[in-house]
Design a protein around this ligand. Structure first.
Ligand code: PEP
Ligand code: MG
Length: 312
């Protein structure tokens, strides 16, 4: 009957040939977990932790962070939950972390760069995450934002392991990290591509600036080729490459991203249904054909048209 149908679990993300593509949620607070589960999220692909720090003049204690992370993980028993270390700076400055005036804050001391300077803040956050990991059954993965190369990756992975985290990776948001993807996978357990920042930095166009908004298009073949490089390096290393930027919420682009080697897609929960439906129309071979057409284009609109021309 209708009530039973409404309560039935949604199918997991998969291509037409059965190739699984786990569909995960981007969340900004533990309160959003139940809604994401109701929309069929198979886990969390990006948990933004800034809400714990914003609007405060000091960093939250290990105890209060542990309580928040535990509440999040408890909503996903046995499921994958990817938590991002504090991404302060640029559009999200914090008085106790980003103290210098910067002319170009997007190119400044943000993300992991800022945390490394104030390492105790990072240590406290990772310690709280390890405590939540020990207290719950969720499969916790932790990643750093705004990472530039293998040396920064090694720093973060080593610190995460020292503090007891099981699965530690990095976001691919800076083009240099994508160019050096093979080196990054020597230490990272996984990479998650933040297509919002990866597009901003690849096209050198401030994502907050309306006058250059037309450059902020993840269909641009330069961005797609960096995704391809990361996908190939991940496949060679036998390690996952997720997508957690807005690009994953565009159904046709989601197919292209899988064709380029993305192993999971994470998005705003409202987009899950449309992406799940679109993926179900393509085999992996067809997704690869769409991707091959898109990366050969010379503009973002050209890449979309090329993919549409081979779409089912
Ligand atoms: C991204 O840059 O794509 C991303 C997911 O992080 P944010 O949007 O929070 O910068
Ligand atoms: Mg980002």
């Amino acid at each position: 009957d209708r009530l039973v149908a409404a309560a039935a679990p949604l199918t997991d993300g998969a291509l037409a040939d059965g190739h699984a593509v786990p569909l995960l949620a981007n969340l900004g607070s533990p309160d959003e977990a139940a809604g994401a589960v109701a929309l069929g999220a198979e886990g969390v692909g990006l948990f933004r932790t800034e809400f714990l720090f914003l609007g405060s003049s000091t960093a939250p204690t290990v105890e209060s962070q542990t309580a928040s992370y535990t509440a999040l993980l408890e909503a996903f028993p046995g499921k994958k939950v990817v938590v991002r270390a504090l991404d302060a700076g640029a559009d999200k400055p914090l008085s106790f972390l980003n103290d210098a005036h910067e002319e170009n804050p997007a190119l400044g001391l943000r993300g992991l760069r800022a945390l490394r300077v104030k390492e105790q803040i990072l240590r406290d956050q990772l310690t709280a995450l390890a405590a939540a990991q020990a207290a719950t059954t969720a499969d916790l993965w932790v990643m750093a934002p705004m990472v530039s190369d293998a040396e920064e990756t090694e720093y973060f992975v080593a610190l995460g392991r020292e503090l007891g985290l099981k699965t530690v990776g990095v976001m691919a948001e800076v083009p240099s990290l994508a160019v050096l993807a093979d080196q990054v996978f020597r230490s990272a357990d996984f990479v998650s591509i933040g297509t919002n920042d990866l597009t901003q930095y690849t096209l050198a166009a401030d994502r907050m600036l309306g006058s250059v908004a037309s450059y902020q298009d993840p269909w641009h073949p330069a961005v797609l080729r960096l995704v391809r490089a990361l996908g190939e390096a991940g496949a060679t290393a036998g390690k996952p490459v997720g997508i957690c930027g807005e690009a994953a919420a565009d159904p046709l682009l989601a197919v292209v991203l899988v064709g380029l080697g993305a192993t999971t897609l994470s998005m705003t929960p409202a987009a899950l249904a449309d992406v799940r439906l679109e993926l179900s129309k393509y085999t992996l071979e067809q997704a690869r054909a769409l991707a091959a057409a898109a990366v050969d284009a010379s503009t973002a609109s050209g890449a979309r048209e090329a993919a549409e021309a081979v779409a089912v």
